[in-house]
Design a protein around this ligand. Structure first.
Ligand code: NZQ
Ligand code: ZN
Length: 403
């Protein structure tokens, strides 16, 4: 039996470290080589994905700028969404062979997280990088990483986190360390114009979730943090819709891109416990079914919220009022309406709100049990803070989404 979570009523002590230099605006990718040099790079490994940056010509432009600046480089392409451990390991070897001293990610969260893993591996040549993810070895040094961002979503460009999937066991795990903070990120919203609408919508959900997974906390007394979180959510909801409808709206794409970084650099949860249960639940879905990260979150959040809101309906009522402009004095009603509105918003973007809409179908009892066991590390952990979720809670949430 897990005890009801006791929240505190004042700002908790925190440390905030967001050292990533942000270079924002049209054409900023042209300054990439200069930034690499400023951060001490001379031999660069460029990491990219499945081909979008080749097709758009971005990779060629970056390579040209590195050549003009006299930087030696080699490349590693083929990073897949839900990035695989084996490719990161391959990148480590390639980097060591080439004498790389800087890793440049050109892409989204999957590419950036692969680059982070490679940077740790090159700096620690005797250590298999998965040991860092399994928390068997601590990261104490790494190589500098720079980013040219092509999608507003994961926030990895300023976050302290990196998520990889072990393709032998289909286990998806995150690693948090200050060594995961990139040195710089180049953000040109125009680079997102080529994204498919589905992927933009996944990004909108993920950006919202990085703040929602912090906002739903048992703690109170964080006026500025809460107001920043609510403002960010309102801006993402408004502009996310615009970008999904018109991916080349520069102003809306700019708001979305900047929100993507602010939502996951730590700012929207300072001074309070973080929840992140929906993220933990979703990693099991992405690991097992290779489902897109944002879509997995959308498929689960409504079930998480409906299962947990009674823990503290006042918090959901505040969310209802300040994010969705829902005016009612009945806390529970406000909470339910806000959950419905959020889920309806995900649907309006074309995002799934159940397993079948996610495209994985209704799952058997056996699969639900397996997802649950993996999520709670076979009983070794609980997840969440807004409501601490034990094995049976986790199972119930999966079950609620299983239609
Ligand atoms: O591979 P390419 O061909 O480049 O296509 C990608 C990929 O198919 C495509 N894409 C990206 N930019 C594009 C584009 N297509 C056309 N034009 C462009 N400009 O989008 C697809 C998805 O790319 P991906 O990098 O996977 O997207 P995202 O940024 O959403 O990253 C998701 C990954 O990040 C992890 C997720 O779990 C997932 O593995 N996360 C990382 C976090 C972190 N490090 O802080 C936090 C997040 O919570 C998340 O867990
Ligand atoms: Zn996320």
């Amino acid at each position: 039996m897990v005890k009801k979570q006791e929240g505190v009523k004042h700002m908790q002590s925190f440390s905030f470290y967001s050292p990533t230099k942000v270079i924002f605006g049209k054409g900023t990718e042209l300054g990439t080589a200069d930034e690499i040099k400023k951060f001490g790079g001379s031999r660069v490994l460029i990491v990219y994905g499945g081909g979008s940056v080749v097709k758009s010509g971005l990779l060629a432009r970056i390579e040209q700028s590195l050549t003009s600046a006299g930087l030696a480089f080699t490349s590693l392409g083929g990073v897949k969404p839900n990035p695989r451990l084996f490719l990161a390991r391959e990148g480590v070897q390639k980097g060591i062979d080439f004498g790389v001293d800087f890793v440049l990610a050109v892409g989204g969260g999957s590419v950036i997280d692969t680059a982070k893993g490679i940077a740790h591996g090159i700096a620690n040549p005797g250590t298999d990088i998965w040991k860092f993810w399994l928390k068997e070895v601590e990261v104490t040094k790494s190589l500098p990483v720079g980013v040219v961002l092509t999608i507003s979503a994961a926030g990895s460009e300023t976050s302290d986190s990196a998520v990889l999937t072990d393709d032998e066991t289909w286990t998806k795990r995150g690693l948090s360390t200050e060594f995961n903070r990139p040195k710089f990120v180049v953000m040109n919203p125009e680079l997102t114009y080529t994204l498919p609408k589905y992927q933009i919508a996944c990004g909108v959900v993920d950006i919202m979730m990085h703040t929602l997974d912090r906002y739903f906390t048992p703690d109170e007394g964080n006026a500025i943090t809460d107001e920043i979180a609510e403002a960010l959510l309102r801006v993402v909801i408004k502009n996310g819709q615009v970008v999904v409808e018109n991916p080349t709206d520069y102003d809306a794409a700019s708001e979305l891109m900047w929100c993507g970084s602010l939502s996951h650099n730590g700012l929207t949860g300072l001074g309070a416990k973080k929840d992140f249960a929906t993220h933990q639940l979703s990693h099991e879905l992405s690991g097992r079914f290779d489902a897109a990260h944002g879509a997995s979150l959308a498929a689960l959040w409504g079930s998480w919220a409906r299962y947990t809101y009674q823990e503290k309906p006042e918090r959901f009522a505040r969310f209802a009022k300040n994010v969705w402009s829902i005016e009612t004095n009945d806390c529970k009603l406000a909470a339910q309406e806000a959950i419905d509105k959020t889920v309806a918003y995900f649907s309006s973007l074309g995002m799934p709100t159940s397993f079948s809409e996610l495209g994985i179908g209704v799952q058997s009892e056996e699969v639900l049990q397996d997802l649950t066991d993996r999520c709670v590390f076979h009983g070794a952990r609980t997840i969440g803070q807004f409501k601490v979720l034990n094995r049976s809670d986790v199972y119930e949430i999966y079950k609620l989404a299983n239609h």
